[in-house]
Design a protein around this ligand. Structure first.
Ligand code: NAD
Ligand code: TYD
Length: 345
């Protein structure tokens, strides 16, 4: 089977490429990635020479470039490429609309014209918005995206559904919760906190830190994507989650205990505008139809992620050079000023 995988140089994408090359000897993978700040071919160094893997640098929103790639002939598409960080979408939503909405449209059009046999669209739990205390959203929950990032992903989901309905593109939508694990860019909560904790630097906590996220280890999610590629029912939407939401503060306390650092490193900072309070998904449909369950317990997976960070300090250091320093200054060192600018402009 020949698979076109978009966003394979990112966090989940690079873990997925590795997992598929290992677990699916019949797959040939073409990784189409624009290599934005979040894309890093170093994350794929171990598999770059595999005869079943090739890389094409292209933008999913560039219809001509995408058409040239599709002309090579594919059986399936795994669409992960996206702008993914909520805070960046508050600063400038335009790249989110271009990549997440227009880029998805370009791929759907190509998939339709080329009669692609399977299209797995990687969405997010954030399309549902905040879940009330105690509630776990299933696939019938209405879409209430709060951030420009979430809105762009919800728009993409609706486009995918329209292509299923109108043009019979055999697409499956996966909505997953917050992932963590190796090769995650240090802008999301856990990789940023791990990097800072290991260097005795403050761990920034937005607002009161009682927001909840339903964490899943990236390897468990990559197994889920593989199953969806093989056996997901076209036209279906599936939630994927570990089903155990945790408060951000509890997650950071567990991390500090694990690395033997004091809780005084926790630093409360101004909250993120529009911050969703709680994400929690019911993934019963995916678990029963695809016989999937997460295999990695949160604490052990967190320990493995910390170990990975310790062993890959150079990878992390290169991510944190250059433009990242300005990002960190705007979002953390000068946070108050930056938030005022977002609110007033
Ligand atoms: P990431 O930010 O680490 O990587 C995104 C990748 O997409 C990068 O390699 C980047 O270069 C590439 N990309 C961006 N714009 C592109 C474009 N225009 N054309 C081609 N490539 C482009 O993201 P991630 O965390 O690995 O997320 C992957 C997917 O999973 C996304 O669709 C995201 O919305 C979804 N998701 C992520 C999480 C999470 O916790 N990380 C949770 C739920 C859903
Ligand atoms: P994040 O990793 O940005 O994922 P998302 O917003 O897509 O869920 O953030 C996870 C949670 O951690 C979210 O409630 C925001 C919070 N957070 C902080 O408290 N401090 C930080 O520095 C970051 C990046 C996030």
């Amino acid at each position: 089977m020949k698979v076109l995988l978009t966003g394979g140089a990112g966090f989940i994408g690079s873990n997925l490429v590795r997992l598929l090359l290992h677990d699916a000897p019949d797959l040939e993978i073409t990784n189409l990635d624009k290599l934005t700040y979040a894309g890093n071919l170093e994350s794929l160094a171990g598999v770059a020479n595999s005869p079943r893997y090739r890389f094409v640098r292209a933008d999913v929103a560039d219809a001509r470039a995408v058409e040239r790639v599709f002309a090579k002939g594919f059986d399936a598409v795994l669409h992960l490429a996206a702008e993914t960080h909520v805070d960046r979408s508050l600063e400038d939503a335009a790249p989110f609309l271009r990549t997440n909405v227009l880029g998805t449209h370009v791929l759907l059009e190509a998939a339709r014209r080329h009669g692609i046999g399977r299209f797995v669209h990687i969405s997010t739990d954030e399309v549902y918005g905040s879940a009330p205390a105690g509630a776990f959203f299933d696939e019938s929950a209405p879409l209430h995206p709060s951030s420009p990032y979430a809105a762009s992903k919800a728009a993409a989901d609706l486009l995918v559904s329209s292509y299923v309905h109108t043009f019979h593109v055999p697409a499956v939508i996966l909505r997953c919760t917050n992932n963590f694990g190796p090769y995650q860019f240090p802008e999301k909560l856990l990789p940023l906190a791990i990097a800072n904790a290991l260097e005795d630097r403050p761990l920034p906590v937005y607002g009161d830190g009682m927001q909840e996220r339903d964490w899943i280890y990236v390897e468990d999610y990559c197994r889920a994507i593989h199953l969806a590629l093989e056996r997901g029912r076209p036209g279906e939407i599936y939630n994927v989650s570990a089903g155990r939401p945790r408060a951000n503060l509890d997650v950071l306390r567990a991390l500090l205990a694990l690395v033997g650092k004091p809780e005084s490193l926790i630093r409360f900072v101004e909250d993120r505008p529009g911050h969703d309070r709680r994400y929690a998904l019911d993934s019963g449909k995916f678990r029963s139809e695809l016989a999937w369950a997460p295999q990695n317990d949160f604490e052990r997976a967190l320990a493995a992620t910390v170990e990975w960070n310790r062993a890959n300090a150079e990878w992390l250091e290169r991510c944190r050079s250059g433009a990242y320093r300005n990002y960190y200054r705007r979002h953390y060192t000068e946070r108050k000023k930056t938030l005022e600018r977002w609110q007033s402009s």
